[in-house]
Ligand binder design. Structure first.
Ligand SMILES: Nc1nc2c(c(=O)[nH]1)N[C@@H](CN(C=O)c1ccc(C(=O)N[C@@H](CCC(=O)O)C(=O)O)cc1)CN2
Ligand code: GAR
Length: 204
């Protein structure tokens, strides 16, 4: 039987997108095996989601590195080495809230790192994208927002887009309404995007 492609997922928070990936691999919708979950926050609930699914977890701390007088690049190199141990087919950033330096990316010359971002290409790069989109809508600057999964390069949220999807904003929306709509859409897109990317990597 052919071996499944493997995925390492990086998280920082609740892990609802990780849960979507876990569910999809268990239901056969995503033909892959999640072999490790790495979090840069010890209390991230996504770690519990991984444990409940029997997936090995790793926790890393930039603060510990800085307390030891080490650099952000040293930290990124450590995270890259940690992931290298698993030799994953694909690395997925699912709410990983840390900008990765070229030192990290040097571990992945095959460009097999994917990020989920709650905005459309070039619209609201970086953190707090949903809040910024909601504010822009209220100011009449945009009529809708969206989500995307893209390849990870040094330039944050500017990597080649793998999949993108518009998400409507309603005049009656609160920020929470928009967040809920976006998160629901993300849970589908991250699974589809991971499968598309795995298929692309397999065809190389
Ligand atoms: N080199 C890259 N690194 C990362 C990318 C990327 O495309 N290239 N995507 C991000 C994910 N992300 C948006 O999708 C994102 C996450 C966090 C930040 C940010 O400003 N982080 C701050 C710390 C914020 C915090 O700890 O709350 C920081 O790193 O100083 C920007 C974009 C993941 N990394
Ligand atoms: N810039 C990166 C970024 O904002 N990522 C966002 O973090 C959330 C993680 O949720 P989760 O922990 O429930 O999966 C998701 O909304 C994801 O788009």
């Amino acid at each position: 039987m052919a071996t499944l492609p493997t995925i390492v997922v990086l998280i920082s928070g609740s892990g609802t997108n990780l849960q979507a990936l876990i569910d999809a691999t268990q239901q056969g919708q995503l033909k892959a095996k999640i072999v490790a979950v790495v979090s840069n926050r010890q209390k991230a609930y996504g770690l519990e989601r991984a444990r409940l699914a029997g997936i090995p977890t790793e926790t890393v701390s930039l603060k510990k590195f800085k307390d030891q007088g080490k650099s952000r690049e040293d930290f990124d190199n450590f995270v890259g080495q940690l992931i290298d141990q698993y030799k994953p087919t694909l690395v997925v950033l699912a709410g990983w809230m840390h900008i990765l330096s070229p030192r990290f990316l040097s571990h992945f010359p095959n460009d097999n790192v994917m990020n989920l971002h709650p905005a459309l290409p070039g619209q609201f790069d970086g953190a707090h994208a949903i809040e910024r989109a909601f504010e822009a809508f209220q100011q009449g600057k945009i009529t809708h927002t969206g989500i995307m999964v893209h390849k990870v390069i040094a330039d944050v949220d500017r990597g080649q887009v793998i999949l993108q999807q518009p998400v409507p904003i309603l005049d009656t929306d609160t920020l929470e309404d928009l967040e809920d709509r976006i998160h629901k859409a993300e849970h589908e897109l991250i699974v589809k995007g991971a499968q598309v990317f795995l298929d692309q990597l397999a065809s190389l």
